[in-house]
Design a binder for this molecule. Sequence first.
Ligand code: U5P
Length: 216
Amino acid sequence: MPPQLRVYVPDHPLIKHWLGVARDVNTPGVLFKTAMSELGRWLTYEATRYWFPTLETTVNSPLAPCNATLINPEIPIAVIPILRAGLSLLDGAQTLLPVASIYHLGLVRDEETLENTCYLNKLPEKFAPNTQIIILEPMLATGGSIMTAMQEIAQREADISLVRIISVVAAPPALQQLNTHYPNLNVYTAIIDEGINEQGYIVPGLGDAGDRAFGT
Ligand code: U5P
């Protein structure tokens, strides 16, 4: 069987709660930002739950030596927020992964053609071997942005099986494209919605994540 994209939708009350808050059109901007930050935190928690580089060692408790499992400090962790919307998840991700390097990638989507262009690229020339990569992109809609991001990342010697995408709402067109081109990827999302409208918005989705997070 060919490899297939793994899409995880964690069954967690806090993730459901903050998704509901973020979806509500009556949620004010300040609370929307809190909701996205919380979603960034809990989805990062889920994305690192079973599969993160640890090492076995021993430490001395105040009473006796004991075994300890620690995050391996030698394995690089890269978090890549896709601007602007991805910034809204960064706070939450960073509280769990304070030592991660943050590589900003700015993409803007033309509202008519839905084509995107890159206006900021802070990715390294190449990723060190074994780098754990977490991409923050809250809305996987047509898939245009995430595919551009993946091309930039893949050409920098990233191990695609170590890439995790954290999104809030994912739609089938983006997931299909990722499955076709990067089947070894892992996606963590709060929900998979039915589809997208003619303007490229996910329905029901939560609207324009960047506009709502930044009040523009
Ligand atoms: N986007 C939204 N809400 C939507 C659909 C798209 O905010 O319902 C924005 C996000 O900012 C995201 C980008 O970064 O468009 C992804 O769209 P696409 O390239 O997957 O179509």
